[in-house]
Write a new protein. Structure first.
Length: 114
């Protein structure tokens, strides 16, 4: 029934952030017209967390080696926060060229087969 998911990142500088996903992270993409890029994502997962209110969603990218990821981002002049150890994984937040933050984590938990 469901064939995929479409995530949206709102940005005050979408052109710079699109270039980041295309040129730095090297995500595959298609131009759907007038330079509007849609990026392919690696296999994904979704979890439902309890909360006091509905309506908040978060997007995190996953990696196998957070320390290597942070080093690669530094080589590309991309700022990442210090790596934070959580019971479920190691997490950092990178700053997108448009100024937004994006979480990246190395999971410690089991991953579903896609």
């Amino acid at each position: 029934m469901i064939t995929g998911a479409h995530s949206i990142i709102y940005s005050s500088n979408a052109e710079a952030d699109n270039a980041f996903f295309k040129d730095v992270l090297k995500f595959p993409n298609v131009d759907v017209g007038r330079g509007w890029l849609i990026f392919g994502l690696p296999p994904s997962e979704i979890a439902v967390h309890p909360a006091a209110e509905n309506g908040l969603q978060e997007l995190y990218l996953l990696c196998d080696d957070i320390e290597a990821f942070v080093k690669e981002m530094a080589a590309q002049d991309v700022t990442c926060s210090a790596i934070d150890t959580q019971r479920w994984g190691l997490i950092t937040h990178l700053t997108l060229p448009g100024g937004g933050k994006l979480g990246v984590y190395e999971p410690k938990h089991a991953r579903p087969q896609c």
